[in-house]
Design a protein around this ligand. Structure first.
Ligand code: BT5
Length: 256
């Protein structure tokens, strides 16, 4: 199978019956060759999926999407790399909206939520050389037809669980490639401001008062107002704006 309705994403589609991690495979490929831009690696059975900073991404075999796409965003300066988080989050949220009526939100930095649960996680691994991003691996996991998650994942959900429907994985993979391409090309063509606005319009719990915990375990009340430089999360607290990097802040009600 190759993806038909795209210019470059998924034209080379490497599918494996089983793989430890599609991101790891993409990294290995990049270390020994120059795969063409848009090369996609996917498997219906990812056995050792990776999350951010050492965490794991779990996926039941033949139920979900695990996919990594390789890009060369040399037009982006490393300080603007959060734009790739925006591109990939928009691609996944748009995909879910296209195939369902589910209420999708983007939880900063790039989790995709349905109501208060996570249905997709994204792991972006950029390789920076000098003042340029040499390559980017965009790894996307989407819980599609999996109905049961372990008790250790109380905040996980899937499209099937929320909509009581089953989805054809190949159809979704083809559409995901097309959405990724669409948003990536929009970024490349200079539409960052519009993309950021779309991202902010879908940001989970934006402009609502919530309790947070900071990296020191300190509890505080604040309101997410947007995204600052380097993609930091901007939270208003006692009338001033504070900026947080990934893992420096979590919602107090769920520690996520
Ligand atoms: C992520 O990390 O959410 C990024 C996940 C990226 C997975 C894709 S699959 C294709 C590609 N190849 C890879 O090897 N990875 C990428 P993070 O924000 O750190 O969230 C990880 C946390 O989410 C875990 O510690 C669990 O608490 C939770 N989690 C694990 N599996 C989950 C699932 N299937 N659904 C919802 N939450 C899950």
């Amino acid at each position: 199978m190759t993806i038909d309705n795209t210019l470059f994403v998924g034209k080379v589609l490497l599918r494996f019956p089983e793989l430890d991690s599609t991101n790891k495979y993409a990294q290995e490929l990049l270390s020994k060759s120059l795969p063409i831009e848009g090369t996609v690696i996917t498997t219906p059975n990812q056995t050792y999926g990776r999350g951010q900073i050492g965490s794991k991404w779990e996926s039941q075999a033949h139920k979900n999407i695990s996919l990594s796409a390789i890009f060369y965003p040399t037009f982006l300066s490393p300080k603007d790399q959060f734009a790739l988080n925006i591109v990939s989050s928009l691609a996944v949220s748009d995909l879910i909206r296209t195939f369902s009526e589910l209420p999708v939100r983007i939880k900063w930095p790039n989790d995709i939520y349905i109501k208060d649960k996570k249905t997709s996680g994204i792991l972006i691994q950029n390789s920076i050389s000098g003042s340029k991003i040499h390559s980017s691996i965009i790894g996307i996991g989407i819980n599609v037809n999996q109905n049961d998650f372990g008790q250790h994942l109380p905040f996980a959900t899937s499209l099937a669980r929320e909509s009581h429907k089953q989805y054809d994985l190949d159809t979704l993979i083809a559409a995901l490639c097309q959405k990724l391409e669409q948003y990536y090309l929009a970024l490349k063509q200079g539409q960052y401001d519009t993309l950021k606005e779309q991202y902010l319009n879908q940001l989970y719990r934006k402009d609502e008062l919530h309790s947070f915990i900071d990296a020191n375990g300190q509890l505080f009340q604040g309101i997410i107002r947007g995204i600052g430089p380097f993609g930091k999360l901007m939270i208003e607290h006692n009338g001033s704006l504070n900026y947080f990097q990934i893992k420096e802040v979590a919602f107090a009600d769920s520690k996520r």
